[in-house]
Write a protein that binds this ligand. Sequence first.
Ligand code: 3HC
Length: 283
Amino acid sequence: MAISKIGVLGAGTMGAGIAQVSVEAGFTVVLVDVVPAVVEKAAKGLDKAWAKAVDKGKKTAEDVAGFGKLLSTGTDTALLADCDIIIEAIIENIDIKKKVHAQLSEICKPETILATNTSALSITEIAAATSRPDKVVGMHFFNPVPVMKLVEVIPGAETTQDVVDATVDMSKKIGKEPVVAKEVPGFIVNRILVPYINEAGMVFQEGTASAAEIDKAMKLGAGMPMGPLALADLVGIDIVLAICDYFWKEFGDSKYRASLAFRQKVRAGHLGMKTGKGFYDYK
Ligand code: 3HC
């Protein structure tokens, strides 16, 4: 299963990052989002990231010119039809993901691998909505994608070993360290990380300390690269909340109940960096 052309569906923070590292590794990449403004924002963001890399001496102008030739963007999912793998990085909603993968499995060539960048959802359930459940696999990237080295590769119930091997191989080629994980809610990282972030939300709502003090404590006392509430802002408080609610539903264990501080911020539309406000102000 040779992979030379990568499709990325969803041009938000994660999709743009996946497209960036794939292009930098020399793959031909098609980045698609059905919302034109999202594609434009992603393309501008990539130009800015590469200009910064040239300024820092990490890339040359020739490198960047080459990236431009490898990357194409658009709003029509039909552009993905001849890709060897499509990495879907759209909204974390199982019904929408199922619908989109069902459509992709109709328009793509028979051998195309359908990968879903999901933080916690069932690969098997998404795969079952397609006409090729043996070629659907989870590929969980971490934010910021250009910096974080890990990709969790998650086979669904029917994913073949060939598909897992090709996904692991491709992950290495784009500079990532793949770890294969079984399909359980949250896989490895989010199963551990999200309850930790959620507990910080509990500590905040109980008034133990301010957001800045909680983050300072975890950075200086536990060696974390950033505090848990700043991390919630980076990931998106809505995403953290959705994962907590999903864990509670799937495991039926009240230890996964979400912090009310998160729920209130989501209700207020304060989702973190992407809305300019979360536990901190980014405007
Ligand atoms: N995009 C691209 N590059 C970025 C970046 C971004 N958003 N943020 C930082 N960087 C780069 C910088 O350009 C810099 O690169 P350089 O070394 O080439 O100059 C490098 O990262 C270090 O950045 P800074 O010096 O500005 O800042 P820090 O040293 O504090 O690092 C950080 C920032 C990498 C974000 C670090 O704080 C960190 O590792 N935080 C933890 C992030 C984390 O846990 N992510 C996982 C979230 S969970 C997830 O995504 C799963 C999901 O399903 C919920």
